[in-house]
Design a binder for this molecule. Sequence first.
Ligand SMILES: [Fe+2]
Length: 328
Amino acid sequence: MPVRHPAPTPPFNIIRMSHIELGVTNLDASRKFYTEILGLIETEQVGNSIYLRGLEERNHHSFVLTKVERPHVIRLGFKVASEADLDSMATYFGTKGMATGWVTQHGQGRSLQMRDPFGMPLEFCYEFAQAERMLQQYGAYRGCHPQRIDHFNCFTPNVQASHDFWALELGFRTTEYTVSEDADPQLWAIWMHRKGNIHDMAFTNGAGPRLHHVALWVPTAMHIIHLCDLMSTTGYLDNMERGPGRHGISNAFFLYVRDPDGHRIEIYTSDYLTVDPDLEPIEWQLRDPQRQTLWGAPAPKSWFEEGSLLAGANVQPPVLQAQPIIAS
Ligand SMILES: [Fe+2]
């Protein structure tokens, strides 16, 4: 059950997770949910894709919603520190026999795509087209005032193997992790970062790979409370899945909502700084009742079972059968 700490430094520099493209079945329903209810800013629509960003984000997009027949996740995006880092990545993974490919995406510079060992569709880029700064355009604030994209959380059939690739090959650093309560404890979930907060990517044991959720960072817990009031009185009561509450892991205040296609979005705030290289990862026991929620309330069954399919990735059953605490 080794957690690699500190993670090695690869010959390229991933700054943070930065964008996601979600396949949705009804652009009008999704636009209403993401802009009028959550409060993201629409940069533009091009063809069957809507490009959205948070209030403080100057990149052209952090969310792309694209019309498809069946909902799924099209790409998980990350930003690197320079154009040269993209070339270094292509060379590094090429020598390891992993396929990479250059693609052109609207609103981005040249972008490098590859898959992790479980087939997750990853995309790396440096340059984004720039958009108007909305941070102090308070008249445009809506919903929960989402400032920026914060992290991905994915199901993986093998948390240890995912940790090994993301730590050893991509240089992601572990902040917190959960182990099974066996004589030989196994990794059950892990939170890993590049940008200096709790995570850019988390992995949870389960049928995967699938996206569990993508998170939006909001300024305060009161913005999350307001979103509860807003969704519960505008026809979105059934879209509120879990929370509000405070996580034991990460200390974050949270709410989980489902978009019109079932994609899970976390509204997230109040985690902590993790830039110190010697920051020791925190270990949690799987059945600690304060792990999921500091106040003790367990998550619903759907939270452990439902997730979004990833384009081109075959879902495999988990290798671990350890059970978390589930609300009855
Ligand atoms: Fe999360």
